[in-house]
Write a protein that binds this ligand. Structure first.
Ligand code: CTP
Ligand code: CA
Length: 225
């Protein structure tokens, strides 16, 4: 018999990652979206896979190639992302939600293309289900749940509030205060805020390096468990 032990830090772990934007249909040819590139989530999926994890990537529409060896589920809307994430979360050891999920979706999707008949148009929107908060309610220890927070102001307080409200183990605050950090670019400046009160700030780095830092932090938490 051959032993199949692995020294990789995520060997035997299933990790669920959400990435990218969601598109909320207005009519057959239009949607509400956002500028998320998906790069942060894809970088996480790639690094986790290289560190031995079984990675499931639930991705909204992006222009990125599917990472090698990563099981990728493509979704379009917030509701589709919710269903895929709920399904995969049950058997996930670690979950990282980096997707930029739409907060509101059209109350109804017009069955035909909306014509420009009127001088003004008001779209009625309803709030989407918070995927991360939903998973936070389903979480059973030792499952780890990690979120992101994108803030433009009052960032520490807002991120801390999300950490608690969504029952997370830690939250990755994406600082928009530095040029080069944020949605579409290749770099991010993050602060990790842990539910245990620990806080760690990192310098501006590439999204690949940021993914590495987040993975290192998770490995440390796995050792502490
Ligand atoms: N999130 C989610 N489902 C939603 C909205 C957000 O899973 N419907 C997740 C994001 O993937 C992210 C975290 O929640 O990990 C925080 O998202 P963010 O947009 O920063 O915060 P919100 O809770 O949506 O609050 P707001 O946009 O009002 O700041
Ligand atoms: Ca939001």
């Amino acid at each position: 018999a051959t032993a199949t032990t692995s020294s990789l830090p995520f060997a035997g772990k299933k990790v669920l990652v959400s990435a990218g934007p969601t598109y909320e249909a207005i009519d057959p040819v239009r949607f509400i979206g956002n500028h998320s590139s998906g790069k942060m989530g894809y970088a996480l999926a790639e690094v986790l896979q290289q560190l031995g994890a079984k990675v499931v990537l639930v991705s909204g529409p992006t222009h990125l190639p599917v990472p090698q060896g990563v099981y990728t589920i493509g979704v379009t809307s917030a509701n589709e992302m919710l269903e895929a994430c709920k399904q995969e979360f049950e058997t996930a050891d670690i979950t990282i939600m980096s997707a930029a999920v739409a907060d509101y979706t059209p109350q109804q999707v017009a069955s035909q293309k909306i014509k420009k008949d009127e001088e003004s148009l008001v779209l009625a929107l309803t709030k989407t289900t918070d995927i991360l908060a939903t998973l936070g309610k389903l979480k059973k220890p030792p499952q780890l749940l990690i979120g992101f927070a994108l803030e433009t102001n009052n960032e520490q307080v807002n991120a801390q509030h999300k950490l608690e409200k969504k029952n997370l183990d830690f939250i990755v605050l994406n600082s928009m205060q530095d040029k080069g950090a944020g949605f579409a670019g290749d770099t991010n400046k993050i602060t990790i805020i842990d539910r245990n009160g620990e806080q760690q700030s990192f310098p501006l780095k590439t999204k690949k390096e940021v993914a590495q830092d987040i993975c290192d932090y998770i490995v440390k938490k796995l050792h502490d468990q």
